[in-house]
Design a protein around this ligand. Structure first.
Ligand code: GLV
Ligand code: MN
Ligand code: MN
Length: 410
């Protein structure tokens, strides 16, 4: 099956008819449909598919003639994720998974077979859209988050990760680090749509990742006093929304001063009445910076200003860190090898840093990892408008096939 047919078969899954955006949240019916799609794609290719203890999906192309794939040379793994942010685009995640299957098709068409295990992976809850911690499946696999903490993470309705897993027929008691699986991986290469415009005005359809900025998420809950919007004198109010608004503006100011990024993209006001002062407002701060010193300086400044605003408004503030991912410098030898392989295939690929988080960044702490980016003409991502041209996706398949041939088939 060509890239286009495989891509089309996934497109309707979890797409909202109104916005055109994707709502593929872990352990929901849309997620189950994505998982079925993965198993079908694997089955059509006679790949050995399974779900690991942490809910990540794997489709293995075992090297011909090797009876015990676990005992031979380390595996080369490619893939990405199938979950989305709320109203996300079609490409962030799925492009890496569809391209991986299409690259296997291309290798087979060329009569190329692996000399070591080659796997396509789709990691669980990469976006953290339902349970708050990004790259949860790869973090669990790599031991970058404790299983108890992961089991207890709650979604917006109070359902825990453990409960959601159980409802989906998986065993949450089994989650946690999987050193055996990790030890069997010789390299992980993730192809991803570029989430910026570094390639947009160049002749290059493909880039190679250099590093990922350190980034993290913080939850700020401002607690005030619910009261009547029409009768409570302004001076008598304890309005948490005002302190939250000050914190949001502080985030923008701190990011601008420090050459960083800081975003509040999610705010929940309780009880959420138009004609009442809120009793509480929770805001999530996403902060990213070129280095850890700048990241922590941005967050400290935002928290200091949030505390000052809370005091001024007479409201409480509870601030907690939900996740932090340190800076990732991708394996230099693998990165240079990717660039050289692509150059030999006639695909010039500039080396780019990124502010976006990826499972490859988490796995980089345990195995040599690298990334290929596919050009995004507008740079828009985490939006229904996210797009890559079909010709660039085709180049992505060719590029990934060249990389897999070099790493797994030589
Ligand atoms: C994932 O896309 C992230 O960077 O948050
Ligand atoms: Mn994303
Ligand atoms: Mn992604």
């Amino acid at each position: 099956m060509s890239f286009a047919a495989l891509w089309e078969s996934l497109l309707p899954v979890g797409r909202d008819g109104g916005t055109g955006g994707y709502r593929r949240f872990s352990w929901t019916p849309a997620d189950a449909e994505c998982r079925r799609w993965f198993f079908t794609a694997a089955e059509e290719r006679h790949l050995r598919a399974d779900t690991d203890r942490n809910g990540n999906l794997w489709a293995w192309w075992d090297p011909p003639g090797i009876v015990d794939p676990g005992a031979g040379p380390g595996a080369v793994v490619t893939g990405s994720h199938l979950d989305s942010v709320p109203d996300g685009g079609a490409f962030d995640g799925p492009l890496g998974v569809v391209t991986a299957f299409a690259a296997i098709d291309l290798l087979r068409e060329r009569g190329v077979a692996p000399s070591r295990p080659l796997a396509v992976a789709a990691f669980c809850e990469e976006e953290g859209a339902r349970f708050g911690v990004a790259c949860l499946g790869s973090r669990l696999l790599a031991g970058a988050i404790g299983p108890d903490r992961a089991r207890g993470l709650r979604d917006r309705d109070g359902t825990t990760f453990a409960e959601a897993m159980t409802a989906a027929g998986r065993d949450p008691a089994a989650i946690g680090p999987d050193p055996g699986l990790v030890a069997g991986i010789a390299a992980y290469v993730e192809l991803h749509i570029e989430q910026g415009r570094a390639l947009a005005d160049t002749d290059a359809a493909i880039g190679v990742a250099e590093r990922i900025w350190p980034h993290g998420r913080w939850r700020l809950t401002f607690t005030g006093r619910a009261d009547h919007a029409g009768t409570t004198r302004l001076g008598d109010r304890r309005d948490p929304m005002l302190a939250c608004a000050a914190a949001i503006l502080a985030a923008r100011g701190a990011a601008a001063r420090q050459g960083a990024m800081a975003t509040v993209g999610k705010v929940i006001a309780e009880p959420g009445a138009v004609n009442a002062i809120s009793s509480s407002v929770t805001a999530w701060l996403d902060a990213r910076a070129p280095d850890e010193a700048h990241l922590h300086s941005v967050v400290e400044r935002v928290l200091a200003q949030a505390r000052a605003a809370a005091t001024a408004q007479g409201v409480g503030l509870d601030a907690s860190q939900e996740s932090v991912t340190p800076a990732v410098d991708f394996d230099a030898a693998l990165r240079d090898r990717l660039v050289a392989t692509l150059a030999a295939a006639g695909i010039p690929a500039p080396v780019l840093p990124t502010g976006a988080g990826h499972d490859a960044g988490v796995l980089a702490a345990r195995v040599p990892a690298g990334m290929l980016f596919v050009r995004n003409p507008t740079g828009v991502s985490h939006s229904p408008a996210e797009h890559a041209e079909p010709g660039d996706c085709a180049t992505g398949v060719t590029a990934l096939a060249a990389v897999l041939a070099d790493l797994a088939c030589s």
